[in-house]
Unconditional design. Structure first.
Length: 141
């Protein structure tokens, strides 16, 4: 019994020493491939700040909260229509860019009878990638 306890203690001490050695050999944080300590990071300037509800929306839904409003349009396969007006894809993107700059929109919902991958990818590139507007595509029957 005494022998197995001694072996267990030695194993625990060995693992503790190994873990301590590993902790010292790794940086706290790696930013773009460069090791950075927490103190160095604290001295930097933040590039963005997010409210708790925005973070929770991204974590739970995968998309940011629509805090500045949600726009929407119907798509018939060739043109978009909203509030009695018809828009080409380029006209729609220009209008949404303007609304985003005025902080009147943070999400956009397309309603269509079928999914159009090419149109979606084009909207996604301009809205999501360039303007940080969440995009939803709803298929209606």
């Amino acid at each position: 019994m005494m022998r197995s306890t001694s072996v267990a203690i030695l194993l625990c001490l060995g693992f503790a020493a190994y873990a301590a050695d590993q902790k010292d050999s790794k940086p706290d944080i790696v930013v773009r491939g460069k090791a950075v300590t927490k103190d160095e990071l604290d001295q930097g300037q933040p590039v963005a700040a997010f409210a708790k509800d925005e973070i929770l929306a991204v974590v739970t839904k995968g998309k940011p909260a629509c805090k500045n409003g949600t726009g929407g349009a119907d798509f018939d396969g060739t043109v978009f229509s909203s509030d009695g007006e018809k828009f080409t894809t380029d006209e729609l993107l220009a209008r949404l860019h303007q609304l985003k700059s005025e902080q009147k929109i943070s999400c956009f919902r397309v309603r269509a009878h079928r999914y159009d991958k090419l149109v979606y990818k084009r909207l996604e590139h301009v809205l999501v990638d360039e303007n940080q507007i969440s995009l939803f595509w709803d298929e209606v029957k």
